[in-house]
Write a protein that binds this ligand. Structure first.
Ligand SMILES: Cc1cc2nc3c(=O)[nH]c(=O)nc-3n(C[C@H](O)[C@H](O)[C@H](O)COP(=O)(O)OP(=O)(O)OC[C@H]3O[C@@H](n4cnc5c(N)ncnc54)[C@H](O)[C@@H]3O)c2cc1C
Length: 439
């Protein structure tokens, strides 16, 4: 009997093969369209358990799809599409229960009218599942830390088809692993988060021309160093893509506080002669989130990301040089510290808590770029990434052991691999940044 027929019998109406709209929706992710054997679209944790138990027992690879913004297209095995498990509810105890397939826009729609927020990503369509399990860096990172730092409990379906409630007291090792270890340990059907006050925000953008990128980088570093936890920002330095997308630095910023205070804090950045546009105004938490592009842009990105412990002048000079070269290069700096840095490195699976910022630097090449162009782009990006100490997996486009070793320091990785061996010894959950079970 085919796995599609077996699943159709065991979870009637939930298993979908090629040629159905449910299959097409489950097979398509941000990075492209895959051809899995079957897509299952469960409505309950019990249905997830049945499907996962069956697939794991048959040796099938299981891919879990929440918002579809992290998964590579899957060409074999089972996709568990959590689209139907997307409810968001503020519980009587004030904690927020979020289905494993919800998107951050669903969360904001429920929380914003109540004046609440959860430290999360910047984009509406990104899924709660992938972002939260991989860490989660977003607008409240300096007030509340990572998304995983706001996590209080999960409902987890294991490869054995068991449904576990996991928190600091129950299966504490698994709770630790789920906070940064990604989708390696099972399917999370429900997350429970602690929300924080999310109102009283003011924010917007400041744009600059390309005339003095080093000055913008330094002013940004100094403003974020001196600023309070309530100040969050990202500085993107854009290469010349197209006439309607001007090149140069762009600051996206939000403060939980008044507009006057924001302008005072940003003064060194607002007074720079290269400023071309300033738009700052009160903003609702939900409106801080942006729409994602329709799919991965048609370029070859050559570089990567990393946590920068110290944005020294030397590091900033290297970043400015990486931008100012023949290869069009995109740089992104996200301010960290605050609550992010007050979590002990071994308290969750995200250990790089000493980071001052997250740096992403990529040469942007045409898809058919040759090896010489790629090598030149890589060398330029690597010179800036030399100032980083570890990779943030959620933004890592490559897969493999080298990436895993860069995401997790040795002690963290060893602990993750031991927990993986207990929960998923046959590595059914391997369509991800894969942590292989300890041997
Ligand atoms: C446009 C865009 C904007 C982004 N912005 C941010 C940002 O601001 N901050 C940030 O931190 N990251 C950001 N990211 C990165 C993002 O966190 C990752 O790509 C993440 O994996 C996406 O989650 P998803 O649920 O949409 O992806 P999916 O492709 O659905 O899932 C990715 C992986 O997570 C695992 N997974 C997902 N859900 C579950 C679940 N319920 N149970 C078990 N495993 C699960 C699976 O292993 C899966 O392979 C962004 C990505 C994109 C493409």
């Amino acid at each position: 009997m085919s796995i599609l027929s077996e699943l159709s019998e065991r979870v009637p109406g939930r298993a979908h093969g090629p040629g159905t709209t449910e299959y097409d929706a489950g097979a398509a992710v941000f990075a492209g369209v895959g051809e899995p054997e079957v897509v299952v679209r469960p409505r309950t944790a019990a249905e997830v358990a049945t499907a996962v138990g069956l697939a794991a027992a048959s040796g099938l690879a299981i891919a879990v799809r929440s918002g579809g913004h992290g998964l590579m297209p899957v060409d074999d095995g089972l996709v568990v599409d959590l689209a139907e498990l997307s409810s968001v509810e503020v519980r009587a105890d004030g904690l927020v229960s979020v289905g494993g397939g919800a998107r951050w826009a669903d969360v904001a729609a429920v929380l914003a009218p109540r004046g609440l927020a959860i430290s999360s990503g910047d984009t509406r369509d990104v899924g709660v599942g992938g972002l939260a399990l991989g860490g989660g860096i977003g607008w409240f990172v300096r007030q509340q830390g990572l998304t995983v730092d706001a996590l209080r409990e999960v409902e987890l379906v294991t490869a054995a088809g068991e449904v576990l409630t996991v928190d600091a007291e129950h299966h504490p090792d698994v709770f630790w692993a789920l906070r940064g270890g990604g989708g390696n340990f099972g399917v999370v059907t429900r997350f429970v988060f602690q929300a924080v006050p999310g109102d009283g925000l003011v924010g917007g953008h400041v744009h600059y021309d390309q005339s003095d990128v080093p000055a913008v980088l330094r002013a940004w570093r100094d403003v974020m160093r001196a600023g309070p936890d309530e100040l969050n920002s990202t500085l993107i330095v854009m290469p010349p893509f197209a006439p309607e997308m001007p090149a140069g630095p762009q600051l996206a910023v939000a403060l939980q506080g008044g507009e006057q205070r924001l302008r005072e804090l940003l003064e060194p950045l607002l007074l720079l002669p290269s400023v071309t546009e300033v738009s700052l105004a009160p903003v609702a938490y939900g409106d801080l989130l942006e729409d994602a592009p329709p799919g991965r842009p048609p370029f070859l990105f050559v570089g990567g990301n990393g946590f920068v412990p110290d944005l020294s002048d030397e590091a900033l000079d290297a970043i400015a040089r990486a931008y100012d070269r023949d290869v069009p290069t995109m740089v992104l700096l996200r301010g960290l510290r605050g609550a992010f840095g007050r979590v002990a490195p071994d308290a969750t699976a995200i250990a790089h808590r000493d980071a001052e910022a997250l740096l992403i630097v990529n040469g942007v090449l045409p898809p058919d770029a040759g090896p010489e162009q790629i090598a030149a782009a890589k060398a330029g990006s690597d010179a800036a990434l030399a100032f980083t100490t570890g990779t943030y997996g959620n933004f890592a486009m490559e897969r493999g052991e080298e990436v895993i070793a860069s995401m997790y320091p040795p002690a963290t990785l060893e602990r993750l691999r031991r927990i993986k061996a207990e929960l998923d010894p046959n590595n059914a959950f391997r369509q991800n940044h894969n942590i292989t079970p300890a041997g």
